[in-house]
Design a protein around this ligand. Structure first.
Ligand code: PGA
Length: 257
């Protein structure tokens, strides 16, 4: 983390979990213990249908609500999809774009990810852009090349000011939902590589300002060590964000409490 130049953002990715009543129970459990978390922003990205309810449940707290995907078109014949404007109007502030599960199961490509990032920014949402390599790619030694390609294509055509509003989440696919976490050094090295890419393309000021998260089996036990890396400015947390106590412990680690 580097609190001088950028915000730490702790975001939960609930994936396809929790009904609205379960969301209410979670909000009741977590709200009294949230504290001021003055150093970090807290975000919960949950299933689209529960966003309006969650926005109401977390009103007057510092928890922002986000979606998990969006379409890049403003409207049209795309059965099952939601637009960025729909998300914005019901109170979402963030949207995850290019999660590896979306890339794997729903054919998201770097080019559609780029369109989604642009659409989200134009609607005033902050995209959480996910990038990351598979185990085969890591073992072949092409992690840096792959991440460079993913980041460059996803951010193509953006102005510096827009890039600063993008949150980049480095999520090695082999660490997602597996209980296998990248070591703090491995994660820190790729996050610092991402900052170098931004510096080369958009300059030092933009690179310093961008929040870069780590995601992949982050939990209450390993959060402090990961967040101690200078280029890791938060986490995108799946499984551990579903348990209020575990998520609170990660927020506390980011708050350096
Ligand atoms: P995990 O998921 O924390 O359960 O590994 C992270 C993610 O997919 O964003």
């Amino acid at each position: 983390m580097n609190l001088k130049y950028r915000k730490t953002i702790i975001a939960g990715n609930w994936k396809m979990n929790k009904t609205l009543s379960e969301t209410r129970a979670y909000a009741e459990a977590i709200k009294p213990q949230l504290g001021k978390h003055k150093w970090c922003e807290v975000v919960l990205c949950l299933p689209g249908v529960n966003i309006p309810g969650a926005v109401r449940l977390f009103k007057d707290t510092r928890v922002s609500i986000g979606g998990q995907t969006c379409h890049y078109e403003a409207s049209g014949a795309y059965t099952g999809e939601v637009t960025v404007e729909m998300l914005r109007e019901v109170g979402a502030k963030y949207v995850i774009v290019g999660h590896s599960e979306r890339r794997q199961y729903y054919n998201e490509t770097d080019f559609t990810v780029n369109q989604k990032v642009k659409a989200a920014l134009e609607a005033g949402l902050r995209p959480i852009l996910c990038v990351g390599e598979s185990l085969e790619q890591r073992e072949l030694g092409v992690t840096e090349e792959l991440i460079t390609y993913q980041v460059k294509v996803a951010l193509a055509g953006l102005a510096e000011g827009q890039v600063r509003r993008v949150v980049i989440a480095y999520e090695p696919i082999w660490a997602i939902g597996t209980g296998k976490t990248a070591t703090a050094e491995q994660a820190g090295a790729v996050c610092s590589h991402i900052r170098t890419i931004i510096r080369k393309q958009y300059g030092a000021r933009t690179a310093r300002a961008v929040t870069i998260q780590y995601g992949g089996s982050m939990n209450a036990k390993n959060a402090a060590e990961l967040l101690a890396q200078p280029d890791i400015d938060g986490g995108l947390i799946g499984g551990a964000s579903l348990k209020p106590e575990e998520f609170l412990a990660i927020i506390r680690a980011a708050n350096q409490e």
